[in-house]
Design a protein around this ligand. Structure first.
Ligand code: HEM
Length: 148
């Protein structure tokens, strides 16, 4: 993988660009669920929320998540990029797995709304809205400060 060394800053730029797109979706989709809870199932508003949620997930979040993984794994494969004896990378990867779990959970909740069978309360989505924020803070501190 040493041929990738000169490309490293470009791969990192693409990694950060995809991270921003993924995070934007992870922040916004649960916010849409919070408002979606307030509308009558089957109404025109319900349909509009369903369209917004489906497009956000399919057109932005799914491709962005895949791009984060592709560019992140390429970075990790560049010789010398990561010191695997340090702890921060494992904390980062664990937080990334939790973000991926949150992404898939949101996909299930979207489907529940689309099938008119959401039973979760608005408060649940308000709490879930904070999960990607907390994980993002952990990840950025791990990659930038590398505290251990
Ligand atoms: C499979 C998932 C991921 C892998 C394998 C991965 C791996 C990496 C690697 C190896 C680096 C370079 C570290 C360095 O140069 O010191 C990096 C940089 C970075 N990653 Fe990830 N990453 C992943 C997901 C994420 C996610 C989900 C976020 C944010 C929420 C993120 C945020 C960043 C940031 C901000 C940098 C730039 C740090 C710097 O200035 O060097 N990454 N990533």
């Amino acid at each position: 993988m040493s041929w990738m060394v000169p490309l490293y800053p470009w791969i990192k730029a693409l990694h950060i660009i995809s991270v921003i797109a993924w995070m934007a979706g992870l922040f916004y989709l649960p916010r849409l669920f919070v408002y979606h809870c307030e509308v009558t199932p089957g109404s025109a508003e319900d349909q509009r929320f369903q369209t917004m949620e489906r497009r956000l997930l399919r057109a932005i979040m799914n491709p962005a998540m895949i791009a984060v993984y592709v560019f992140g794994l390429l970075l990790a494969g560049v010789p010398g990029a990561v010191d695997w004896a340090e702890g921060w990378i494992y904390v980062k990867l664990a937080a990334v797995l939790l973000l991926t779990g949150a992404h898939h959970a949101m996909g299930r909740w979207r489907k529940d709304f689309a099938l008119g069978r959401n039973r979760r309360a608005q408060r649940f989505f308000r709490i879930m809205n904070e999960v990607p924020t907390a994980l993002m803070i952990v990840i950025v501190i791990m990659v930038v400060v590398q505290p251990f």
